[in-house]
Design a protein around this ligand. Structure first.
Ligand code: NAD
Ligand code: TDX
Length: 332
């Protein structure tokens, strides 16, 4: 694959993938990104100009998408509205970008017969009970809870239909919760790190016992590249790194890092429809594509992420007041 189009490549996970592709392949990357509030162009700084180009545009506009898709060998589709809490306030942009945008890209991939990889989430499967021994597998029935996860589930179904009905050469991956540098401070881990830096208490929804299955974004990128290069057309692969932690455990690790008391926590209003637990069984990816996560020590990865937010305050500081004002207005 000489030329790859990465949608959402200026976002948290997409930008990590662009760095990963440049470091591990010879491919040229075109990033298509609308540069919404969630994007950081700076995350692409330092990449060689002859390897990476940024096109600012909307994936839901066929006249933007079509010529770009026509000019590459493969599309890796990250662009999305990605935050559950925002989808509860205003679902419209989630439907447009995640469903209409994915449809627009699929139509272009169909017309020009291009390899397509769709990046999705484990949230399409709904949630598990805390004491359920089961984890999500590729065969778990879809059961999304929020407008965000329903829009991602909708896009997954479109991809499957375009494979079956039109022969589009597509794969899908459903990954668990990512952490690492460049994640927007509206999300759980960076929000709590920056709250503690500001001398405030971490803000935990409900009873804090909700479980997320954390994976470092670098491991997500290596898995997506493995699927792009070696995945079987029409197949879905779950991506996870056995990183189950409840939210209290995560904030307590952050508090420990800053020498603060482990019970210095503010319990706030719960999220509507809050999924209880996600857990990924990633055996298919590991066995069939010989993939392994590199960041198996969550505490070490979290420490490095905390250090990154301490060192990169200039990036997140301008957004902090507005993010907190918006949460405060919801009692969170
Ligand atoms: P993000 O919000 O940080 O980045 C999304 C990017 O998409 C931004 O750069 C934004 O400008 C761009 N974008 C949004 N709408 C667009 C549009 N209409 N046209 C073009 N670009 C647009 O999101 P993220 O956390 O990096 O997530 C990336 C992908 O990975 C999403 O598809 C998400 O569903 C999926 N995913 C995320 C996680 C996670 O933990 N964050 C886990 C599993 C899967
Ligand atoms: O302030 C907070 N307090 C809190 O307790 C925030 C922002 C979140 N939470 C809880 C809600 C969740 O149980 O922390 C957990 C993680 O929350 P988010 O960071 O909002 O992530 P989540 O809703 O789990 O979704 C994430 O993982 C799956 C990504 O945002 C999605 O894009 C991805 O698909």
């Amino acid at each position: 694959m000489d030329r790859i189009l990465v949608t959402g490549g200026a976002g948290f996970i997409g930008s990590n993938f662009v760095h990963h592709v440049v470091a591990n392949t010879d491919a040229h990357v075109t990033v298509l990104d609308k540069l919404t509030y969630a994007a950081t162009q700076e995350s692409l700084d330092g990449l060689p100009a002859d390897r990476v180009e940024l096109v600012v545009g909307d994936i839901a506009e066929p006249e933007v998408v079509e010529p770009l898709v026509a000019g590459v060998d493969a599309v890796v589709h990250y662009a999305a509205e990605s935050h559950n809490d925002n989808s509860l306030e205003d679902p419209g942009p989630f439907i447009r970008t995640n469903i209409v945008g994915s449809f627009t890209l699929l139509e272009a991939a169909r017309k020009h017969d291009k390899r397509f990889h769709h990046v999705s989430t484990d949230e399409v499967y709904g949630d598990l009970e805390l004491d359920d021994p089961k984890r999500f597998t590729e065969d778990t029935p879809y059961n999304p809870s929020s407008p965000y996860s329903a829009s991602k589930a909708g896009s997954d179904h479109l991809v499957r239909a375009w494979v079956r009905s039109f022969g589009v050469r597509a794969t899908i991956s459903n990954c668990s919760n990512n952490y690492g540098p460049w994640q927007h401070i509206e999300k759980f881990i960076p929000r709590q790190i920056t709250e503690v830096i500001d001398g405030r208490r971490p803000r935990v929804y409900g009873d804090g016992l909700n479980v997320r299955d954390w994976i470092h974004t670098e491991d997500h990128s290596s898995a997506v590249l493995a699927i792009l290069e070696r995945g079987q057309i029409g197949e879905t692969y779950l991506i996870g790194a056995d990183g189950e932690k409840n939210n209290l455990e995560v904030v307590q690790a952050i508090l420990r890092h800053f020498g603060r008391s482990a019970d210095d926590i503010e319990f706030v209003r719960d999220r509507a429809g809050h999924d209880r637990r996600y857990a990924i069984e990633s055996g298919k990816l590991r066995h069939q594509l010989d993939w392994q996560p590199q960041y198996q020590d969550f505490d070490a990865g979290l420490q490095a992420t905390i250090d990154w937010y301490v060192a990169n305050e200039a990036w997140w500081r301008p957004h902090k007041d507005a993010v907190e004002a918006s949460y405060a207005a919801k009692g969170q």
